[in-house]
Ligand binder design. Structure first.
Ligand code: FMN
Length: 181
């Protein structure tokens, strides 16, 4: 079992459905030390090359990278806005990538997404699962939960087949991590 988990939802919504899915996934990692970040704590000025040149890097970008560095694994669920990352996540991504292009620091990652739609954030999932490895994420397992409002209630996935599918991914994720040691 991984000892330290860095978790976040790729959303700044106080009622984030991706945070709810992240918390559900985290319930399968009992005993681990969990650092569940809120992207609101990493709000920075909009990235610009001019700002970067004049003012350097915001402290929050360094803190986000340090939080990743301190973890054994990453569990996250990305919200999808207009078929892509939310602005809140992308701004953090952009700032951090300028400090360290190996942003995810070779950490094993369980990558998820969900949305109220039937594709479950499949577009942002496609982008992230394709390109996060270029930023040094070891994306070991992915899971998209479709139609969140139909399939999730009271902190759990209510559709049995989808719940089993996530459980199988989490089991496979844990096995791969164990095999790395
Ligand atoms: C600006 C905006 C764009 C959106 N675009 C998409 C989209 O492209 N695909 C999708 O499945 N849902 C889209 N949605 C709906 C989000 O999936 C929904 O708001 C969801 O709750 C976001 O996740 P969160 O609650 O974790 O922030 C959009 C919502 C907003 C506010």
């Amino acid at each position: 079992m991984p000892k330290k988990i860095l978790a976040f939802a790729g959303s700044n919504s106080s009622t984030s459905i991706n945070k709810q899915l992240t918390q559900f996934a985290l319930s399968y990692f009992e005993g681990a030390e969990i650092n569940l970040l809120d992207l609101n704590d990493f709000e920075m000025p909009l990235f610009s090359v001019d700002r970067e040149q004049k003012e350097g890097y915001p402290e929050q970008a360094h803190s986000f990278l340090e939080a990743i560095g301190a973890a054994d694994i990453i569990i996250c669920s990305l919200a999808e806005h207009n078929r892509s990352y939310t602005t809140a996540f992308k701004n953090i991504f952009d700032w951090c990538s300028r400090i360290e292009v190996k942003l995810f620091q070779d950490k094993p990652m369980l990558l998820m997404s969900t949305s109220p739609g039937g594709y479950g954030g499949g577009n942002v999932m496609h982008t992230a699962s394709t390109f996060f490895p270029q930023f040094a994420a070891q994306v070991l397992e992915t899971f998209s939960l479709p139609s969140f409002n139909k399939n999730f209630a009271n902190g759990t996935i209510t559709d049995e087949a989808l719940k089993t599918a996530l459980e199988e991914k989490i089991t496979a994720f844990k096995q791969q991590i164990a095999a790395m040691k």
